[in-house]
Design a protein. Structure first.
Length: 635
């Protein structure tokens, strides 16, 4: 006997002598989809949803469109939830030790990116500063050493020796900010709470630029941003959205969303590079075009061993952005540099291309401005020498999420219809029409199996195994975190209880699992306006409607595992009919467990639906599903 405790108002006891689960394994594990079908379907689905640059005829027309794009990206993507309040809060800056150099000095500082989260930084200053000088914000990539990385120091020293101010802030998750709480996947914990996680990254960049522009000698007409990899992403993200940046040079840092879905092993990007709903407004082609007519150098590596390789990444960006620069008569201001050194690098060749860009646009006609690298190997300092130190109680992404989650959910509608409408919007629910195709039959003892492909609105295909023993009087849709092939024991128990069993693998489970780097496709779906948990719940609801139309008795959904349990619960909350009941195994009692257990999107991709905890927790979802319809297994 297994006891099920109802989350609602009713208690249920399911009895029966379960048959051996392994007897059903060959039937449940039968291949229905091709080995890469789920991946190919997600690739096609995401590519089709990437926005394109609209046709524009004049520079003025583009300028108007560009202003609206920037405003929408900031309002609808970057500064949602608490991030809006953080952006309005004053930022403290503390100046610390000064390290002397040869013709320059390094000033240590720290600043608040958001209230309570301090970021260390370095400002490389020429010794002799007179009047207004050019300034460069140097941002870092995913290297663990952070601001102590030799090639970044070399670039900043070279700039200072040329009379240029060079600021280098630490990147969240790296260098002095290298701990689990700052790991980029923790930003999705903020997303769950309805606050934009990418907002922390953006505000750190904006505060850095604010500080650089506030320096007495900074020439606001000659401010540039540059960086490699994740620093390349930071470069285009800040430069495109903040017109105070007058020249930009992202290095091997980004590509179009279309390119990223086509090259998943290389280019799917990190959490901050794929923020929720960005792709409903703009692709990275748009962000490149937003630079027009400001000087823009796109540097890519032909032999890149990491990502954003030159042969496929740079072409679509230049092709889409060049017509916009041409509208301004500024085609020569959009340039690209191809580097042929080995690996993912911002080495000497790439640095000299940047110095040349500075000469051409910040020092035009100055033949004395050096574009060759000045040797500075003897001046590279250790991480300890460059250490700034941070407050002991410094906040991180995880602590911020816990802070923001206090008092959630809030403003849950009392009326079921209104609450259901709100839930549909939060999870971006679909109304999939099912086209069922039988692909074969089989049997094991007295259990007969029918194999199905359930096409969901021409978008996704859900594999299903229908098991029947005797004359069932009701139906159970069975799903499991480990996939249907691992649910033999549960299927046998349900058959023994007199039920028809339809075991399915919604997107991301079992046979519908993305082959590699699946969580990166999940955040790409979210960037393009969908929510993985909403797709899964919609597939479950569509399967239930298909079965209900076949008149196979009351339809129950049985889930095994916290991930499928949440999808099943949301399906029940969305579908007043035909889901008669859901039974949840190993379910979370609250979405707060995601934060308390410090879960991340790599292993639990659908749990980080933007704003879900802000609007609903498990008790509210259970109440919306209806009295007596939800049962959760005691853990």
């Amino acid at each position: 006997m297994r006891t099920i405790f109802l989350v609602g108002t009713l208690a249920v006891v399911l009895c029966g002598a379960p048959a051996r689960g392994q007897d059903l394994a060959p039937l449940l594990g039968r291949e229905i989809l091709g080995p890469r079908q789920a991946t190919v379907e997600v690739q096609a689905y995401t590519q089709a949803r990437v926005p394109v640059i609209p046709p524009v005829r004049t520079a003025a027309e583009w300028q108007s469109h560009a202003e609206k794009l920037r405003a929408r990206v900031l309002d609808e993507v970057v500064l949602r939830g608490e991030a809006k309040r953080w952006s309005a809060a004053p930022s403290r800056v503390e100046w610390l030790e000064v390290i002397p150099g040869k013709g320059y000095r390094v000033r240590k500082l720290r600043f608040e990116a958001v209230p309570g989260l301090w970021v260390p930084a370095l400002l490389y200053e020429p010794d002799k500063l007179q009047g207004k000088v050019a300034a460069v914000l140097n941002v870092n990539g995913h290297e663990g050493e952070g601001k102590a990385i030799p090639y970044i120091q070399a670039r900043c020293i070279n700039l200072a020796k040329r009379g240029i101010l060079a600021m280098n802030p630490e990147w969240i998750g790296k260098g002095e900010l290298a701990s689990n709480g700052y790991a980029h996947t923790r930003l999705q914990q903020l997303d769950l709470c309805g606050t934009s996680g990418v907002g922390v990254f953006y505000l750190s960049l904006k505060r850095s630029l604010d500080i650089l522009l506030a320096q007495q000698h900074t020439d606001p007409q000659r401010v540039a941003v540059t960086g490699l990899s994740g620093g390349g992403w930071q470069t285009i993200f800040l430069s495109s959205l903040d017109t105070r940046v007058r020249l930009t040079n992202p290095v091997a840092g980004y590509s179009s969303f279309v390119t990223r879905s086509q090259w998943p092993e290389l280019d799917l990007g990190d959490s901050e590079q794929t923020p929720n709903d960005l792709g409903t407004i703009a692709d990275y082609t748009h962000l490149t075009a937003l630079m027009a007519p400001r000087p823009t150098l796109l540097s890519y590596n032909a032999r890149d061993s990491c990502c954003f390789r030159a042969d496929y990444a740079v072409g679509p960006l230049v092709r889409e952005a060049r017509p916009i620069f041409q509208l301004f008569g500024a085609a020569d201001r959009l340039r690209y540099h191809l580097n042929f050194d080995a690996g993912h690098n911002y080495g000497q060749d790439n640095r000299e291309a940047f110095y040349t860009m500075l000469r051409d646009f910040f020092f035009p006609g100055d033949a004395s401005f050096p574009t060759a690298e000045i040797p500075v190997d003897a001046e590279i300092r250790t991480a300890e020498q460059l250490k700034v130190d941070l407050p002991r109680d410094n906040l991180d992404l995880h602590k911020l999420a816990l802070q923001v989650s206090r008092g959630l959910p809030r403003n849950v509608p009392a009326a079921a219809a209104e609450a259901r409408g709100k839930l549909e919007k939060v999870v971006r629910a679909k109304r999939f029409e099912v086209r069922a195709a039988q692909t074969g039959q089989g049997e094991s003892g007295d259990v007969k199996a029918t194999f199905w492909k359930l096409s969901m609105g021409r978008a996704f295909t859900v594999p299903a195994v229908e098991l029947v023993k005797g004359a069932p009087n009701s139906t159970a849709i069975l799903l499991a975190d480990a996939g249907r092939a691992a649910a033999g024991a549960e299927a046998a128990r349900l058959l023994a209880a007199g039920k028809r069993v339809v075991a399915i693998d919604p997107l991301y489970f079992g046979e519908s699992k993305i082959a590699t780097r699946d969580w990166l496709y999940a955040i790409l779906l979210a960037a393009l306006g969908d929510r993985l948990i909403g797709i899964q719940a919609s597939e479950i609801g569509a399967a239930a409607r298909w079965l209900d139309a076949r008149r196979v008795g009351p339809v129950e959904v049985v889930a095994v595992g916290p991930r499928t349990s949440l999808a099943a619960l949301i399906a029940a909350a969305l579908e007043a009919k035909p889901v008669a009941r859901v039974s949840l195994g190993e379910a979370m009692g609250s979405l707060r467990e995601v934060l308390e257990r410090d879960l991340t999107a790599e292993k639990f991709p659908e749990l980080f639906c933007f704003g879900l905890l802000e609007s609903f927790d498990v008790p509210q979802l259970t109440a919306l599903a209806g009295p007596g319809r939800v049962a959760a297994e005691a853990r």
